[in-house]
Design a binder for this molecule. Structure first.
Ligand code: MIC
Ligand code: SF4
Length: 658
């Protein structure tokens, strides 16, 4: 009798296991596996977003799946990256994307409507829902209490077709906020503090969940700044609870019906540890060149001469960000040595700025106003002068990403950016006084003129394919044994910008793999593409956190096109690892750092019995023909991922399955 009582109490306790906010959303969408960190799970995706630079591939891949309409609750196709139309290429892509959206049932956000993450937050994000986006800053939606994850285009194409998203179940880290931000200290400083503590790889395998009394004092756009740049820690995503502040934001957007509350249960267990941040103690911070985690107090950098200031990007382009800058600039003039560039996040933000007079103030102060788009953040114009110091409110300052390899990019808050724009040197914004207050609207501007709804039926829509849209390349299955040269050996923290650079020259080639592949690793080694093709492919060796940064699958697809068949590293960043697998590049990790140290570019490696060993659950044997040394390597593949690698990539695997 006593025993059965204990059992039933235990079962009851099990049933009522207190969950964190992230776990609640994951649990409600789980279709495979259990919420055990490190184990493979699959979750249903309610919404998807694609942007143009990754979207042409994603939609070509969706088309290749042969599914007539998207099977999500909502899919939106944005154009925000490739809006600098220096040739026919970008406009061709826009026409392709618009007709594909019409045909397959997605909403199309036209160029000029804004940055995908900002627009999605304003118009479509919903607490408690899941969102998969072909852009690494999709976690912006976490500011609204969503589980929103960045992924390669192929994974997003599969989700649009109704397939679940596969990932390794993350640990949940509790980021406890207390206190209240002081004047001129802002949300950007919160995430810079998180980056200072966690570094660019401290979030790998984790969801950063924000909690504590400090949360209530942060608006949804402020929360979104924090979850957006959480991507730079390598985290799977970041999430805030959904509360009265969320409801107010949705009401402002005219979407209060989309509100639902989301809070962690009392007693929830955070498997990924805890960090505590007292907002009242924070000061203005900056990420120094060339990494988002090279964080220092602005007070210590004061006096460094600045040539350019750029305010915008998906991290800091909300109405409040822009109005704060206008309030600091009102009645003043930009320093004569500084070029101040401002890009509002969306048409809605721009319209509100025009209405309340902040736009006029910015123009009068000497700001150069750009259209709402990614722009300078992805090197689409506004490349700084040689050796220039540029302060940007962005999320990434990898070397060369601005378009000028020697430029020094500091990542800062809008307040710190405005201060430098006025003084011409890095300046602590706490020394500035706002000279004007703008009346903020109580209701968002309607701003729907650049959204196009899909046709109710798509069969008759003809997809427009200009000459920039090349067909998808096909790849062979994994051979029984493999051999080839080490084409390149890199160090730690190699970014996808290093592997597949972007910018005004290369980004327009995203729909044409043969053309874009000529630029693989071009920033690090101009000869790479030619060498890879001459040698008929081979391998890449790298250090820790290989492939950090963007979700661009071109950083896997283009190397594969050049014949790269395996990447041998100390550790991988999450999205890039998934992309390598999707395109059939074997990801291997060193068991022993000495094996990495012993490798040199140009040496030939062989992998005997590769397929048989993988199939029978063994490690991979690698032999260095130059030294005669043989060693074992691990792989991080789940059973499903192993099948994909054996098939030569996801599309091959799926075709076989079907
Ligand atoms: C970026 O910020 O690096 C990008 C450009 O938005 C990328 C996507 C891409 O390369 O198209 C990202 O963050 O995923
Ligand atoms: Fe666009 Fe920059 Fe945001 Fe990437 S990080 S989505 S390029 S604004």
């Amino acid at each position: 009798m006593k025993k059965s009582k204990t059992v039933s109490r235990r079962t009851q306790a099990k049933r009522k296991t207190p969950l964190t906010a992230a776990e609640k959303v994951l649990a409600a969408h789980l279709v495979e596996g259990g919420l055990k960190p490190g184990t493979p799970i699959a979750i249903r995706m309610d919404q998807t977003l694609t942007q143009d630079a990754t979207g042409t591939m994603a939609w070509l891949q969706f088309e290749a799946l042969g599914i007539p309409r998207v099977r999500t609750e909502l899919s939106v196709s944005y154009v925000d990256h490739n809006t600098l139309q220096t040739g026919f290429e970008n406009a061709d892509d826009h026409a392709f994307l618009q007709t594909a959206a019409e045909k397959f049932g997605a909403i199309f956000s036209r160029p000029g409507n804004g940055i995908c993450h900002q627009v999605h937050l304003e118009r479509f994000g919903k607490p408690g829902k899941t969102l998969l986006g072909s852009d690494s800053h999709t976690p912006t939606g976490g500011g609204l209490g969503m589980i929103s994850i960045g992924a390669g285009g192929l994974d997003v194409a599969a989700a649009m077709g109704g397939a679940p998203f596969y990932l390794s179940c993350p640990e949940i880290m509790n980021v406890v906020l207390s206190g209240k931000l002081r004047p001129r200290v802002s949300a950007k400083d919160v995430i810079l503090e998180v980056l200072r503590r966690l570094t660019v790889k401290g979030g790998v395998g984790r969801i950063l969940e924000y909690s504590g009394p400090g949360v209530a004092a942060l608006s949804v756009p402020e929360r979104a700044t924090i979850t957006n740049m959480g991507a730079e820690t390598g985290a799977t995503t970041s999430i805030f609870p959904s509360d009265a502040v969320t409801k107010k934001f949705l009401a402002y957007q005219g979407r209060v019906k989309d509100f639902s509350p989301l809070q962690a249960d009392r007693g929830a267990v955070y498997t990924g540890g805890e960090i505590k941040i007292n907002l009242s103690e924070l000061e203005p911070l900056a990420a120094q060149p060339h990494s988002p985690d090279a964080v220092a107090p602005v007070a210590k950098l004061q006096g460094i001469s600045v040539q350019q200031v750029v305010i915008g990007s998906c991290t800091n382009s909300s109405l409040a960000d822009m109005a704060t800058v206008a309030a600091l600039l009102a009645g003043k003039t930009v320093h004569p040595n500084v070029s101040l560039v401002i890009s509002p996040g969306s048409q809605q933000v721009l319209a509100a700025l025009a209405k309340n007079g902040a736009l006029q103030t910015l123009i009068a102060a000497g700001a150069r106003i750009m259209e709402p788009a990614c722009g300078a953040c992805i090197g689409m114009g506004q490349a700084p002068a040689s050796d220039a110091v540029t302060l940007r409110t962005f999320n990434r300052n990898f070397k060369g990403r601005s378009g000028t390899p020697e430029a020094k990019v500091y990542l800062v808050s809008p307040e710190t950016a405005a201060a430098a724009a006025l003084t011409g040197v890095i300046t602590d914004p706490r020394t500035l006084k706002a000279t004007k207050k703008f009346v903020m609207p109580t209701k968002a501007e309607a701003a729907g003129s650049l959204l196009v709804l899909p046709l109710p039926r798509g069969e008759k829509v003809q997809i427009k394919r200009g000459p920039n849209i090349a067909p998808l390349p096909a790849f062979a299955a994994l051979p029984e044994a493999d051999a080839g040269p080490v084409l390149l050996k890199t160090g730690d923290n190699i970014t996808t910008d290093d592997i597949m650079p972007a910018g005004a020259k290369i980004l327009p080639l995203r729909s044409n793999i043969p053309a874009i592949s000529r630029f693989v690793f071009s920033g690090l080694d101009e000869d790479f593409a030619r060498r890879a093709q001459d040698l008929k492919g081979g391998y890449i060796a790298g250090g820790d956190n290989y492939g950090q940064g963007s979700s661009r699958e071109h950083a896997a697809l283009a190397p594969r096109y050049l014949g790269v068949r395996a990447v041998l590293v100390k550790s991988f960043a999450r999205i890039h690892l998934a992309n390598l697998i999707n395109f059939g590049i074997l990801p291997l990790t060193f068991k022993n750092p000495e094996d990495y140290a012993s490798l040199e570019q140009g040496q030939t490696l062989s992998m005997p019995d590769l397929k048989t060993r993988l199939q029978s659950g063994q490690t991979v044997l690698v032999k260095n023909d130059a030294t005669g040394k043989t060693w074992e390597m691990n792989h991080p593949l789940s059973a499903r991922q192993l099948e994909i690698i054996l098939a030569g990539g996801f599309l091959n695997w799926l075709k076989r399955k079907l």
